[in-house]
Design a protein around this ligand. Sequence first.
Ligand SMILES: [Zn+2]
Ligand SMILES: [Zn+2]
Length: 262
Amino acid sequence: MQITTLCSSSSGNCALVSHEGEYILIDAGVSYRGMTQALGALGITPRELSAVLITHAHSDHIGGLTTLTKRVSTEIIASAEACDGVQRHTCEERRVSPIEPDREFAVGSFTVRAFRTSHDSPGSVGYRISAAGRTLSYCTDLGIVTQTVLDAVRECDTAVLESNHDVTMLRRGQYPATLKRRILGDYGHLSNDACSRLAVTLAQSGTRRVILAHISRENNTPTLALDTNVHALQLAGATVGDGGDIDVTDAPQYGMSRTYTV
Ligand SMILES: [Zn+2]
Ligand SMILES: [Zn+2]
């Protein structure tokens, strides 16, 4: 199984999961044109997608869904509570397939389980995806790391985790006070520090790669996110890097990541 992020920031989120010629998209927060170009660079077209898994109905996760659903008949999957919000971004006649968190379902040869996340959009979820004995956890847009999230992501091989903001940068930054409170709150976004605590727990459970995602363009830098996570992992006794206990990389804020084998 492999994962490539097509874009990852507060401006748009979309990732491709592939396994032996089968493809799942997680979120569609990129224009159809941008998505087609990125998929084209990987040698596939939107028609080849088995499904699009939606985490929640914020525009940075579903902004490209309207055009995508007009052009291709790929199944769109979201939690039952998120369906209404997602439906508004799909063609009138297209239904969104509702799924229940914590219940496994199959998409081709992938086994998928959604899990609830603490975020201010109804039915917000992350996904745990397995194929051929390997497991990927994907969770962005986390207000806090709940026990549900911990239980769901533990012991995966690769995790895509939100490392959204540096708390000091956010506090000193230009955002209005209400927005700062929202981001810092239990239903907002995960800080570098909170992400690094989750990364340590995952490393101790056997996870070998963490990809830092949804890094804010205004309140964070990739270097700061990486340094915070690497430092916490090293303090916990892990050797970090390719060939170490765990590798940590960032999902680019602009453009695609490289393709990682899970
Ligand atoms: Zn969101
Ligand atoms: Zn988001």
